[in-house]
Design a binder for this molecule. Sequence first.
Ligand SMILES: [Zn+2]
Length: 581
Amino acid sequence: MLSITTELTAQELLSITWDDLKPYYQALENTRISPDNLGEWLGAWSDLIMVVTEINNRLYISTTRNTTDIKAKEAFKRFLDTIQVNVKAFDQRLTEDLLTSQLVPPGFELGLLNLRTRAALFTERNLSLLNDQYVTATEYDEIAGSQTVEWHGAEKTVAELQPLLVSTDRDEREQVWRASAERQLADRAALNGLWVRLMEMRNRIAINAGLKNFREYRWLELSRFAYTPEDCHRYHDAIEAVVVPAVSQLMEEHRQRLGVEKLRPWDLLVESLSDQPLKPYETPRELEEKIVGVFEKIHPDFARYFEHMRAADLFDLHNRNNKAPGGYTLEYPVSGDPFSFLNCVGLHSDLMGVLHEGGHCFHFYDTFKFGNIQYYQQFNPPIEFAEVAAMGMELLALPHLGKEKALLTGRTKANGFYDPADHRIAEIQALRTILAFLPFMSVVDLFQHWAYTHPAAACEPANCDQVWSDLWDRFLPDADWSGFEDIKATGWHRKIHIFSDPFYYIEYGLAQTGALQVWLNSQRDYKGAVKSLRKALALGGSVGLQELFATAGIRLAFEREPLQVLVDAVMERIESLTAQI
Ligand SMILES: [Zn+2]
């Protein structure tokens, strides 16, 4: 069978055209799949997916590393218009061919289930509607991106002002918060209008696919085979019973330390344990050299992976002019490397960001090197577990962020970021952030469960405001919002996922509870916890979510009891660290 070579350099990959690829796709389409050629056929398709994925990722990455590079933009657009569009059409037909053959390649059961589910959702009637929905959702970016306020004589985007919410000057925090919130509220009508249009499209998409509502549609589209909407509800109830009181206790201590009568919405992000923000490093080089030491202590392989990436320019960590915002990790499956992108400027959150993306990269290497994955279709893990790898790396790094004794006494070259007091604060912040995230995640998720199962009611924005407000009071009761009821009620306008990626959010909650279990395991047996995690990393996406969690020595749990164990451990740790500050 005609199959493409994957022995290709980056240069060779980037010179590939659709005319080069077409014969390989045609050969696959013209082959009648039989038990004899099944493995070879799937392998040839897998090689093509690897080649196309790497070209796509290389071209996209170039556009983000230098946003003024017109040639890079053109090359990416040319790829989408000439290669990707044809690949999509062929992939759809090849999927149908494989499904009609009724053959199941050994170990490919899950891959087949994914393909079958997506093929079943496919209907001609949704083709233009899905595209319209995608394009319409991007209006959210335009609206949010144009939200600017005048701040001390300069025009700033609302996003740019957010770091000031950690200012130790309460008046400044309040001014920033009010200016941002009022500007966002000015787009209320526009966002309500956008929401109603999206709701109508999404409901039609579900009905066209023969499903009861858009929740059913999205569940299948997101391949959520390991849990149901009912599991999510049990999980939210558990969070309400166990996490909300713990967060309230932390908030009350925070209020006392701030010395304020009531916590207002602008008091929630400032650190009350110290009057200086954490400052982990001064120069980019310092961050890179010290973080190797942290990875070394988690596992020497991770330090080697990082050093290799650094030498091969696969980690673009630091902020500079003409770099796209945000952070991500993408893979080069042909070359056998991942690539990570961040915008570090010297904050503690930047350090955590590098640890997080490092987790994604090491996941790639462990799957690639030890995974024994036969087909690329089985390579990528489900998001819920991919994020355990990344969030788990952040937590596994916590014990190693302190300066080594030798450095504290100034005697020798050594590693570490923080002196003992700041190290404790860094650890508290990491744990506290996870606890505080879970109730917020519940609000975002539950709002969408309601909206897509009550489409008629949810097409009335006033109902959405009411539901969001009630959920907010239930899960996040600690701040006093009086006088800002409209801002509270329109909180759903400020969560991009609700507009752009419906229902994509609980993944982060499940991953955080998974990562906390890895952390708890590491308290008892650090090496053992890392070893189990890596066993699961090596599996890539070849097995289901339950099995990935189990292999990592953790559970995909939705009930109250296991969550209580985690929350107790976190609260105990925070308490003991706080007592030492
Ligand atoms: Zn991530």
